[in-house]
Ligand binder design. Structure first.
Ligand code: DAH
Length: 425
């Protein structure tokens, strides 16, 4: 889901999530195997394992990413996700979807699009923001929204972070897919790590001059045709509509929505690339289009996956349900274990943010937390504001005991008080 929409209220329908600094308890570190071969799904994920990863040809040690430093807000639990590369597993719903999108481009544009699915997710703030013209005061740059490794380095919050570099290197048709990281709230469609695909196509004057159209109209027309074809390839014959929107890197900018399972579903954001981006990449005589889509939101509807945490499950009852090349196998829930709700009320401090609260809850409960929801909010006569949050704990795999949940909740309460300076009521 986009962070760049003009209407922030739309964000709640989207797919993003979050976290905060976790104390160094013995959390496991995952390995980053490179999974491109067909038998990759048979390789066992070693967990717990190493404290260094190899990503996109870059060696990353845990100390490079997680530090006790005010300019670093990456918790251990996020480091463990860095090397997972779910999108490179051919029998994982995200890998199946990625390959279905690749197939569409391979069929319609044989040998045209260069594909990148192993670019390092640690990028400079310049690449993530400046190079795609994100304004200096844009909220997505804040420590509350983005994971910073240090003041100049981030975990990419979108695959658009690679646009400028690839253009500079001379690529004119490319697809980038990768894990992206965002601090956010917690519910069934939000997780601090998710996956995006970026597409870019550059045109030369020859392309549009013969059409008699101006360059921008030509690119916008081609973009729409291409993406409508992609949507039909993935969803079949569905009704579609284009909605005008805003992104810093494109003008004009659009979203494509499809009518699917009785509602309008936003599929992707796109537009005609801002000329400034092309200019800085040495392409002054060209015009280009770009698009970005979130894989989880599409995979959840295509495969009927009800909770975003399931993508991270290594429970065989989940992983064994999907087959290489089979888009749209419907997930059969193996069991729905009961949720347990815990409420927590406190007086806010000036520095309180919901993302920081959620980071603490995830740091303590990991994937046992299903939702953190504000259920009460009031300000008293002295101007003090109280929030009450309801935390839903539920495992995807087993029943949780009362003792276990109580311990989690006490731990959350302790940390919320000590780290967020709020006063529990
Ligand atoms: N980067 C955008 C986001 O994460 C998605 C996006 C929108 C990418 C439009 C694009 C684009 O390339 O043209 O919200």
């Amino acid at each position: 889901m986009s962070i760049f929409l003009s209407n922030p209220s739309l964000l709640r329908n989207g797919f993003r999530s979050l976290m905060f600094l976790t104390p160094s308890v013995s959390i496991s570190y995952s390995t980053c195997s490179v999974l491109s071969s067909d038998d990759s799904h048979r390789k066992k994920w070693r967990q717990p394992v190493v404290s260094a990863l190899e990503l996109g040809g870059v060696k990353i040690a845990k100390e490079d990413v997680v530090r006790e430093d005010p300019t670093n807000n990456v918790p251990d639990s996020i480091f463990t996700k860095l090397g997972m590369q779910l999108h490179r597993r051919p029998t994982h719903p995200l890998g199946i979807l990625k390959n279905a999108i690749f197939d569409y481009f391979d069929t319609n544009y044989p040998n045209k699009f260069d594909k990148f699915d192993d670019l390092c997710p640690i990028v400079s703030a310049k690449e993530n923001f400046d190079d795609v013209l994100v304004p200096a005061d844009h909220v997505s740059r804040s420590y509350n929204d983005t994971y910073y490794v240090d003041s100049e380095t981030v975990l990419r919050c979108h695959t658009s972070a690679h646009q400028a570099e690839l253009l500079r290197k001379g690529h004119t048709h490319f697809l980038v897919i990768g894990d992206v990281y965002r601090r956010d709230s917690i519910d069934a469609t939000h997780y601090p790590v998710f996956h995006q695909m970026e597409g870019v196509r550059v045109f030369s004057p020859d392309d549009w001059e013969a059409s008699g159209m101006d360059a921008t109209s030509y690119a916008a027309g081609d973009l729409k045709t291409c993406l409508e074809g992609l949507a039909s390839h993935l969803f079949g014959a569905v009704e579609m509509r284009w909605v005008d929107t805003y992104f810093p890197f494109t003008n004009p900018s659009f979203e494509l929505e499809i009518y699917f399972q009785d509602k309008w579903l936003e599929v992707l954001g796109c537009g005609v690339t801002e000329q400034e981006i092309l200019k800085r990449s040495g392409k002054t005589n060209n015009v280009a289009w770009a698009f970005g889509l979130g894989l989880e939101r599409l995979a959840m509807v295509l495969f009927d996956i009800p909770d975003i945490r399931l993508f991270w499950s290594d429970d065989e009852r989940f992983t064994s349900q999907f087959l290489k090349g089979e888009l749209g196998t419907k997930f059969k829930p193996y069991s729905k274990y009961p949720p347990c709700f815990k409420d927590m009320s406190f007086w806010l401090s000036d520095s309180f943010t919901e993302n920081n609260l959620c980071e603490i809850v995830r740091g303590v409960a990991g994937d046992l937390v299903e939702e953190v929801r504000l259920i009460d909010n009031f300000t008293n006569k002295k101007g003090m504001t109280s929030h009450c949050y309801r935390i839903a704990y539920r495992s995807m795999e087993r029943s949780l005991t009362d003792d276990e949940i109580n311990e989690l909740q006490w731990n959350v309460r302790d940390q919320v008080q000590s780290k967020l300076n709020v006063v529990l009521r």
